[in-house]
Design a protein around this ligand. Structure first.
Ligand SMILES: N[C@@H](CCC(=O)N[C@@H](CS)C(=O)NCC(=O)O)C(=O)O
Length: 206
């Protein structure tokens, strides 16, 4: 039985498509019209009470949260290839930057865009400029988060940077730009991008 992804091409689920293409597992998309509130209908809300995309169903298992879904897929379907083994010290770096994306990059960008006044010492995302410098340090002088080896951490961390740059929420520094270009060259990314674009056309969104 294939994995099912509650999906819309203008949502974080578009990035989950890249994760699915990288692992190479069979999947079906359940197109969910977030522009008309379909994500709050009973079908999805019984699985994910947040009523949000992406939500992945794998047999009896439900996984939500884009980063968790990508890390799950790598552990379950591509261990040792896209996820370092549990006893590999590189796993620390892998988890560090995978979690940095939703817990530091996303809220720091949102705080800046919304003008939130928060105490740097209490806010887990610190300051925007510290976040940018830290994110650059993760990939400076390297091809990927783990050095020369691509991993699911790049889908999560790099996918977040790409999204933020596309929406002009993060400045495209030379380090970020070169990194995202490397990621965009991956055949799995290109397959996912083509499918996302085809879905946008099919849904009359482009
Ligand atoms: N924390 C979630 C955020 C998911 C999220 O906010 N998804 C948006 C689309 S990108 C959504 O479903 N919005 C519709 C809604 O909230 O009703 C994750 O990282 O996956």
């Amino acid at each position: 039985m294939s994995v099912q992804l509650y999906y819309h091409p203008y949502s974080r689920a578009a990035g989950t498509l890249w994760a699915l293409e990288e692992v190479g597992v069979a999947y079906d998309l359940i197109v969910t019209d977030i522009m008309n509130g379909a994500q709050k209908g009973p079908d999805l809300v019984t699985k994910n009470p947040m009523g949000k995309l992406p939500t992945l169903v794998d047999g009896d298992l439900v996984v939500s949260e884009a980063a968790a879904i990508a890390l799950y897929l790598a552990d379950r379907y591509a261990p040792g290839r896209l996820a370092p083994a549990l006893d590999d010290p590189q796993r620390g770096t892998y988890l560090r930057w995978s979690l940095f994306a939703p817990s530091v990059i996303e809220p720091a960008v949102m705080a800046k865009a919304s003008g939130w006044e928060v105490k740097e010492v209490s806010a887990g995302w610190g300051r925007y400029d510290t976040m940018i410098a830290s994110a650059e340090s993760a990939i400076a002088g390297k091809d990927f988060v783990l050095g020369g080896t691509f991993s699911m951490a790049d889908v999560v961390f790099g996918g977040t940077l790409r999204f933020m740059m596309d929406f002009k929420q993060i400045e495209p520094t030379p380090i970020f730009t070169a990194y995202v270009e490397r990621l965009n060259a991956r055949p799995a990314y290109q397959r996912a991008d083509a499918r996302n674009q085809a879905m946008r056309k099919q849904l009359g969104l482009q």
